[in-house]
Design a protein around this ligand. Structure first.
Ligand SMILES: C[S@@+](CC[C@H](N)C(=O)[O-])C[C@H]1O[C@@H](n2cnc3c(N)ncnc32)[C@H](O)[C@@H]1O
Length: 270
């Protein structure tokens, strides 16, 4: 099945209308290959049939976003990165001395934001505020409930699990202490104006779907949203290739810092 350009246009338009996701800003090869395999797995004959099916229900729309791996997440995803966060990045940010303003951009159902909330409470017990934003309302609703599955919690260290999560059946829920650090709201990274003065922005496993132009424009907006000395944390398969042109420096893979004038050293860089 090889859909033509008009069929793709019709599909992209309905996806934008129903979910707010602008597929024109996503890599077309990867996206179209995955979409065609979904059409085939449903035994539909054309992309137009899939477009119709997609428009019929929120459940179908959610299925498409899930299959695009758009929502996949888990607590302590890439555990070694969180160890670096604790030992090298948070001290660099002075998290032991001051409250941090943090943004989990493309937070899905909040696993990354909850992970950092546990770490900050455990290590620094502060007034830290963590904002999570996403375009997917269902995922945000789950984030607000602080609800996780059995597989979401597999990397959570035992002491964190017993302190910050409670089990109900096969679900896990964040405690009120954890939730007091967190706010979630809808936001489109490719369209919205950003707040500023962030100490830390986490944007992981989100831009993999974006075109290079969309990605570069986003990283520039993140640079402007950070305070001097603030840090951008990206996914473990991602790089900010033009980080020097944007003004960032880096002392650790996957962490990029907006320099402070007169201070070019990461204190704990490896
Ligand atoms: C794979 S999840 C990443 C979740 C989390 N950051 C992590 O690494 O575990 C990607 C998230 O990006 C969100 N997303 C995709 N395009 C977006 C956009 N334009 N604005 C905001 N969020 C977006 C998706 O809805 C999805 O929840």
């Amino acid at each position: 099945m090889l859909p033509n350009a008009q069929e793709w246009r019709r599909f992209y338009d309905i996806v934008k209308a129903k979910t707010g996701v602008d597929l024109d800003l996503y890599r077309s090869n990867q996206l179209q290959r995955r979409t065609v395999s979904m059409v085939e797995s449903l035994n539909l004959k054309s992309l137009d049939e899939f477009t119709k099916w997609f428009g019929e229900s929120a459940v179908n729309q959610r299925w498409f976003l899930d299959k695009m791996a758009i929502n996949v997440s888990e607590l302590f995803r890439n555990p070694e990165k969180w160890t670096e966060m604790i030992n090298k990045v948070l001290p660099e940010l002075g998290a032991d001395k001051k409250a941090l303003k943090v943004w989990s951009a493309g937070c899905s159902y909040g696993a990354e934001a909850h992970t950092l909330a546990m770490i900050l409470d455990q290590k620094f017990r502060g007034r830290h505020q963590i904002l999570g934003t996403d375009i997917d309302q269902d995922a945000l609703d789950q984030a607000k409930r602080g609800e996780f599955s059995e597989s979401d919690v597999r990397w959570v260290p035992r002491e964190y699990k017993s302190t910050y999560l409670r089990q109900e059946g096969n679900k896990w829920f964040a405690t009120d202490v954890l939730r007091s650090y967190l706010n979630f709201r809808k936001g489109n990274l490719l369209a919205d104006r950003f707040d500023s003065g962030y100490d830390l922005i986490m944007c992981r496993n989100v831009v993999i779907y974006f075109t290079d132009e969309a990605k570069e424009a986003l990283y520039e907006k993140f640079y402007n949203a950070l305070r001097p000395g603030g840090i951008l944390f990206v996914g473990s398969t991602e790089r900010v290739t033009n980080y020097r042109d944007l003004g960032f420096d880096t002392g650790l893979p996957f962490f990029y810092r907006k320099p402070i004038e007169g201070n070019n050293q990461w204190r704990n860089a490896s």
